[in-house]
Design a protein around this ligand. Structure first.
Ligand SMILES: NC(=O)C1=CN([C@@H]2O[C@H](COP(=O)(O)OP(=O)(O)OC[C@H]3O[C@@H](n4cnc5c(N)ncnc54)[C@H](O)[C@@H]3O)[C@@H](O)[C@H]2O)C=CC1
Ligand SMILES: O=C(O)/C=C/C=C(\O)C(=O)O
Length: 481
């Protein structure tokens, strides 16, 4: 094995710390299968060190003023921007991202720190009138040590989405990124320290879910959990949180619908549907990969989407699937879909021409003749696969929109904004975009149904990382009536 492969250690108490085990996990590029990094293979002992550091640092961090925390978070945002080229390089190497979308996603990571650094200065409780000789008020207090666990598909972006509001609220954090894409999270440790974040306030332990994730969420000093990932793991973490009676935010899977009516701007709808499979090759929880289209325009819409996807080049216009197991799972789902009667109007196979032998590329795909009970229509593919299903009436469109267990996001395209708004109110999903919409770090994000619990982004997330205390004081009788 080459000795020139960069090696990354945990980030604990303000410093890089090698794992107690001395072992490192190999991280390979999904673009060509080459070994790119070695990352600390954590254990419960490493978690213990990180949680202890976070616990020690919390009282002082929690006592800082919101102005002081605001300044540090704003400096972290600046640090991410200064280091953007390196961060892009790391996420492209280990996660197979394309440089332009990676840069956009990573700059949003900076926005989270700037945004929460800004709005925390408005964090305020209420005063409640309990009579003349009384002062009653509420305070938003931190939980203490918070665990943030993230998946592989948007590492620093998803990490920052939890870390920034948690730190802003006065908590300290132990982050466990995905074992497949850990490096930018570790870089954040360094960037945050250089920005003036005190030692121990942010700690990062890398490794597997079983050996790092489980001891972390089970640790008696961890008082709140923020998790992004699969429903299966979300359920497992939820069970531990229930047993421990601590709050947990779960941002889980999705199979989000895009509803297109005959009077919609079909070109705009086609572009949006194509982007759902091109951006990160569909490896986005909120990707709108179920195309529900009014029957009279189905063929035309699929043709327009096909025209956009046709000729898109692997490695230039869309990236690879992150790991071999994900890749194999996806090809298996496509094979099952074909057996069940679906047809690939576009793509449908592994991409082989002009990609490295071990490159994990799947053709951007549009499946037609899909029935709502097929596996590919119900389950998250997490890849560049759009399934098209026709509807004849608005009620039928809504029924189809609800034909999975999920409810993370939805999109509606129609010619009548009032109809779009009415549909947005009917659809069970945490975010609904009508005719494009605009979502950002300011707009709350999270699931209905099995897509999750709690909200990230926006002011809502800041409150998720605080607990509310009521203080009521009987004042001395000084003749006030
Ligand atoms: N938000 C979303 O919608 C996402 C959904 N997924 C779905 O999940 C599937 C698997 O992707 P993964 O990244 O492997 O998701 P995952 O849920 O297995 O892993 C997410 C994170 O949780 C950790 N983890 C795993 N088991 C754990 C446990 N028992 N306790 C604590 N932490 C644990 C992992 O190490 C990783 O850091 C994807 O195919 C996709 O369908 C994946 C990423 C994001
Ligand atoms: O922040 C967003 O709008 C989307 C986030 C996507 C994920 O968290 C995901 O794919 O897991």
């Amino acid at each position: 094995m080459s000795t020139t492969v960069p090696q990354f250690e945990h980030w604990i108490d303000g410093h890089p710390v090698p794992p107690v085990s001395g072992r490192h996990v190999d991280s390979t590029s999904p673009h060509d299968g080459e070994l790119v990094f070695r990352v600390a293979d954590g254990s419960a002992e490493d978690v213990e060190r990180a949680v202890t550091a976070a616990h020690r640092a919390q009282p002082a961090w929690g006592r800082t003023t919101t102005t002081e925390r605001s300044r540090v978070l704003t400096s972290i945002a600046a640090g991410i921007r200064e280091n953007i080229d390196r961060l892009v390089e790391l996420e492209c190497a280990e996660g197979g991202k394309l440089p332009v979308p990676a840069r956009i996603e990573l700059l949003i990571a900076a926005d989270y720190f700037e945004y929460y650094g800004s709005i925390v200065r408005t964090l305020a409780g209420d005063t409640i009138d309990q009579g003349p000789r009384n002062l009653t008020y509420t305070r938003h207090e931190p939980y203490g040590v918070v665990a943030v666990i993230t998946p592989w598909n948007g590492p620093l972006n998803q990490g920052s989405r939890g870390i920034a509001p948690a730190l802003a609220a006065g908590n300290t954090v132990v982050l466990k990124p995905s074992e497949f894409t850990s490096t930018t999270s570790l870089e954040l440790g360094r960037i945050a320290a250089e920005a003036g974040l005190p030692d121990g306030v942010l700690n990062i332990v890398t490794g597997l879910g079983s050996t790092v994730g489980v001891p972390l969420v089970s640790h008696h000093l961890v008082r709140r959990i923020g998790f992004t990932g699969s429903v299966t793991t979300g359920r497992a973490i939820g069970r531990i949180a229930a047993e421990r009676v601590i709050p947990v935010g779960l941002e889980l899977g999705g199979k989000s619908p895009i509803l297109v009516f005959a009077d919609a701007d079909l070109d705009a709808a086609a572009r949006a549907a194509a982007m759902a499979v091109l951006v990160n090759s569909g490896q986005v929880c909120s990707a709108t990969t179920r195309l529900l289209v009014e029957r009279s325009v189905q063929d035309e819409l699929v043709r327009r989407i096909g025209a956009i996807l046709d000729g898109k080049r692997p490695g230039a216009d869309f990236g690879p699937i992150v790991t071999s197991p994900q890749f194999d799972k996806m090809l298996g789902m496509l094979a099952t879909a074909r057996q069940e009667g679906a047809h690939a109007a576009v793509g449908g196979h592994k991409y082989e021409d002009g990609v490295p032998e071990r490159g994990l590329y799947v053709q951007p795909t549009v499946l037609t003749d899909v029935k709502p009970d097929m596996q590919v229509a119900r389950e998250e593919v997490f890849g560049p696969v759009l399934v098209a299903m026709p509807f004849d009436t608005e009620d039928e469109a809504v029924t189809l929109a609800h034909a999975t267990e999920y409810g993370l996001a939805a999109a509606v395209w129609c010619g009548d904004a009032a109809r779009g708004i009415a549909l947005a109110h009917r659809i069970e999903a945490g975010q609904v975009a009508v005719n494009g919409g605009v979502m950002g770090v300011e707009t709350p994000f999270g699931g209905y149904r099995t897509s999750g619990i709690g909200r990230e982004k926006g002011i809502a997330a800041l409150y998720e990382y605080t607990q509310l205390k009521t203080v009521s004081v009987t004042l001395p009788d000084q003749g006030i009536n």
